[in-house]
Design a protein. Structure first.
Length: 151
């Protein structure tokens, strides 16, 4: 796959700069949080947070099923979002679990279910992007030149 040739040429060049700037702005914030947040915190609505995350994952899995069934290009986006939430879920399950049995359970679920599913789902998204890229290359190579000077 040629990384120098854009897969989605409709994306303006300034978008990369905006993302880079946002990353630079976020770095001091992350450092500030690392230095100032307490290591222990009791949270209201802890249950709603975790159930809400699982509901978002369920919705995305349903979207993945629907988009897969209809062979929709939207599967790239929903699969990527699903992978992201699964990785975040695994991370927070493991890092927020209590020592002992809860930690072992969280680590086991992350290792055997969430991480493999995230990687499989991300692989599906990457394959779809690659397939789209290859089909565009094929279409471009089969197209007649539109520039009269190119003939």
């Amino acid at each position: 796959m040629d990384v120098t040739k854009p897969i989605f040429p409709a994306i303006p060049r300034w978008v990369a700069g905006v993302y880079g700037l946002l990353a630079l702005i976020t770095m001091p914030w992350a450092i500030y949080l690392a230095l100032t947040l307490p290591t222990r915190h009791l949270s209201r609505h802890w249950d709603i947070s975790w159930v809400g995350l699982d509901i978002f994952i369920i919705v995305l899995l349903i979207l993945n099923a629907v988009y897969s069934y209809f062979e929709s290009k939207w599967l790239v986006m929903s699969a990527t979002a699903t992978s992201t939430l699964l990785l975040a879920d695994a991370w927070f399950d493991v890092t927020t679990s209590r020592a002992g049995k809860p930690f072992v359970e969280a680590f086991t679920v992350a290792l055997l279910i969430e991480l493999p599913l995230a990687l499989i789902t991300l692989n599906i998204a990457l394959r779809l992007v690659k397939r789209e890229h290859i089909s565009r290359q094929s279409a471009d190579s089969n197209a007649e030149p539109t520039d009269p000077a190119a003939k």
